[in-house]
Write a protein that binds this ligand. Structure first.
Ligand SMILES: [Zn+2]
Length: 160
């Protein structure tokens, strides 16, 4: 059995923090870093025990779509393997059926390579909006608060 770490690695913590920063309303019910006692008993060699794994709740309604992440994160050099919805991916073996006891339908499991434990660079760069757009929205809202609404104040594009 792998010894259980006291803290998850910075790279694993960054997954959850960055997802929340990008999608503040996302559901977190199946998020996980370090394992529970039951999890350790069931899976004594899990990467969760060393803090090199993270579970991210599947919440496509709010923009955390784990089937999309399962595909996109295959390009991230920090990823050792991914598990979601009955499938496991690793660079060595590609995508194949996951036959473990938990099919992972409620969360994406990300295992992180040991030498990437401290790498907290963006995990979801495609979800990040350009800063100019955020600043523009803030200006628009400030202006709108000062004036009575007029037709031209309605933005032609959708921003959340
Ligand atoms: Zn997991």
């Amino acid at each position: 059995m792998k010894p259980v770490a006291k803290r998850a690695t910075p790279a694993a913590i960054a997954v959850l923090r960055q997802a929340t920063a990008l999608v503040p309303k996302r559901k977190k019910a199946s998020d996980g870093l370090l394992p529970s006692k039951a999890h350790i008993a069931q899976n004594p060699n899990s990467d969760h025990n060393t803090g090199h794994a993270v579970d991210l709740t599947h919440d496509p309604h709010n923009g955390i779509d784990c089937s999309e992440l399962f595909q996109k994160l295959q390009a991230d050099k920090r990823v050792s393997y991914l598990i979601f919805n009955g499938l496991i991916w690793s660079k060595q073996r590609g995508t194949h059926e996951y036959t473990g006891p938990n099919k992972h339908v409620k969360h994406l499991h990300i295992s992180i390579k040991e030498d990437c434990a401290k790498d907290t660079s963006p995990w979801f760069p495609w979800l990040e909006k350009p800063k100019a757009s955020v600043a523009g929205m803030a200006r628009y809202l400030a202006d709108k608060a000062k004036r009575k609404p007029r037709k031209k104040d309605v933005p032609s594009h959708k921003e959340a």
